[in-house]
Design a binder for this molecule. Structure first.
Ligand code: GLU
Length: 424
């Protein structure tokens, strides 16, 4: 007998609703561990904080911040912090839950957590951004720490923000605690390879999926939604392997070129003007046209809920690589499966970021730093081992890669839960 959560009202396609339906689908494959499944449907702990700052013009502004620790059965909480005007508690809950599944899927010794502030960082000065970051870090300081919960970058946060978080936490505890966040600048305990790790992981899993589908990456047409740290890096790696990036969408609009966009020019322009700044290199089209651009591989690398049922019907892609967290709604998942489109799910596809975050955390504790080759070789090995194991599970039960990833991950999480037992 379990009561419903009172603080969230998920709908079928909302992030938490999507996550709950993904968990429901794995229950038949959990055997006796299914008795523990309710533990995955409620976060262990959720903190809502007020973040007041004095703005440059002397007014006082308040922002709402969150840190949700979804599950810590396998280790400390781990997951990024997002600054975005649409952040809600429900979204952060779902993102924290996906971290629980992700860290277990690649077998890192972590649970899952996530944080966020409902704020548009583009409207803040650098000084205001620093104040928001520091006050938020102080407020969540009561539940984060190198052995309890380790934040990292996510949408609209970066190494500078991690440096402020590390400094604020360190000032509060009275000592330099580099291991409290990952994704830090290199000379502050950051790791080589971290910035590109998520995009690299998308490439590694995508290359293997293409090989298994018999799809040649040379000449393969790729459409990328979201051109930040994940989408642009994945696009560059696929282009290096001979693929053509035929469509890119970001918050400014959509640019297409069936002969392939010139990334050496597009990437730097996109950093300042967005992708539509590269008008000279392609055609600007309405955003909805992105979804029916002829392509072989589709990489949603922006926000949740983008791949809707309607868009899943339209896409010509044979392979979807989820660079974003939660980009595909459950109904779209079913449509893609019926249409024979292979989806490499977020919880394995974009796990490269948290994997190198783990390397960073280990290096911080040992104060011994690895070279970039070592990072990339280890990243490749962890991602490939995880993907192969998931693929075998999918073949064995004749289920999608998503449900197979949940089967592998949930077994690890719930086994840990069972072995630890309930306290008291
Ligand atoms: N924000 C990234 C993710 O969604 C990375 C998290 C981390 O490195 O802890 O996986």
């Amino acid at each position: 007998m379990s009561e419903q959560l009172s603080f969230v009202s998920p709908t079928a396609n909302s992030p938490w609703g999507t996550y709950l339906s993904q968990v429901d689908r794995v229950v038949p494959y959990l055997g006796p561990l299914a008795r523990w499944v309710e533990t995955l449907k409620r976060p262990k702990r959720a903190l809502i904080v007020d973040v007041p700052i004095e703005m440059d013009d002397g007014t006082i502004a308040h922002f709402e911040g969150y840190r949700v620790q979804h599950n810590m059965s396998r280790g400390p909480g781990k997951g990024g912090v997002r600054f975005h005007p649409d952040v809600t508690l429900e979204e952060v809950m779902a993102l924290s839950a996906w971290m629980t599944i992700k860290t277990a899927a690649v077998n890192l010794p972590y649970g899952g957590a996530k944080g966020g502030i409902r704020v548009d960082p583009k409207k803040l000065s650098l000084q205001e951004l620093e104040k928001v970051t520091r006050r938020y870090t102080s407020e969540i300081g009561i539940i984060i720490g190198p052995h309890t919960d380790i934040p990292a970058p996510d949408v609209n946060t970066n190494a500078q923000i991690m440096a402020w978080m590390m400094d604020t936490y360190s000032m509060n505890v009275g000592g330099t605690a580099t291991g409290v966040v990952t994704g830090k600048p290199l000379h502050l305990g950051g790791s080589l390879g971290r910035v590109k790790a998520t995009g690299r992981g998308v490439f590694v899993t995508g290359r293997e999926a293409a090989r298994r589908l018999g799809m040649d990456l040379r000449g393969a047409r790729i459409a990328v939604q979201g051109f930040g740290n994940v989408g642009s890096v994945a696009a560059e790696l696929f282009a290096e392997a001979g693929a053509k990036i035929v469509a890119v969408q970001d918050h400014t609009g959509t640019i297409v070129n069936s002969n392939g966009l010139d990334l050496a020019k597009l990437v730097p322009i996109s950093r300042t003007d967005g992708v539509i700044g590269f008008k000279a290199g392609g055609d600007i089209v309405p955003n909805e046209d992105f979804w029916n651009t002829p392509c072989d591989i589709l990489i949603p690398a922006a926000l949740e809920g983008q791949l809707t049922a309607e868009r899943a019907q339209k896409t010509t892609a044979k392979l979807v690589l989820e660079g974003a967290n939660g980009p595909t709604v459950p109904q779209a998942d079913d449509i893609l499966a019926e249409r024979g489109v292979l989806v490499v799910p977020d919880v394995i596809c974009n796990a490269g970021g948290v994997t190198v975050s783990y390397f960073e955390w280990v290096q911080d504790f040992s104060s011994f730093f690895w070279d970039e080759d070592e990072i990339n070789v280890r990243l490749d090995r962890i991602m490939m081992n995880a993907l192969n194991h998931i693929w075998d599970t999918a073949d064995k039960h004749k289920i999608t890669l998503r449900t197979a990833t949940y089967a592998v991950a949930c077994e690890r999480i719930l086994m840990a839960r069972q072995e630890r037992g309930l306290y008291p």
